[in-house]
Design a protein around this ligand. Sequence first.
Ligand code: 4NP
Length: 174
Amino acid sequence: MSKPFNSPERASKISAPYKVLCVCLGNICRSPTAEVILQQQALRAGLDIQVDSAGTSNYHPNKTPDSRSQRHAQAHGYDLSHLRARQLQLADFQDFDLILAMDHDNYADILRLKAQADQVNAKVALMSAHDAIYPKQALPDPYYGGADGFERVIAQCESSSAAWVKYWQSQGIG
Ligand code: 4NP
């Protein structure tokens, strides 16, 4: 028998997939890497989760991810080439269920913008919130550094993504 339209089961189906937005400063290094890794891990776990990314700044509108990020990601089997940078906007707080900040400055900037939004569905959390290896740590900005910074971004995104997938499975999300 089909569910009535106002049942909780029906409501959760209507709002599926669970939508997650990864946010850093420029949307060309950390958050595109996080987007692809988190999306891949969620898909592999069979979760109905849709991942996007954005930047708190508008420094690189419509740009492809930083060539160093793309190169390091490629070496680990991740393709970032289809992504284009965009700035976080007020509508994102209505459109997404969860906004993940890559570092604590991003987190504070996201909360400042959230305070201006009329419609808010999104919770805001750190990318590393459930990560036992990098607990509540910032995902360090690799932009002005060397190769080890880009490798750290990939390792930490993999670890934090696995922790989010485990958390969503424990909560029946996605
Ligand atoms: P992201 O890295 O926030 O991880 O994308 C940065 C990219 C660009 C700049 C800073 C950080 N920038 O100053 O242009």
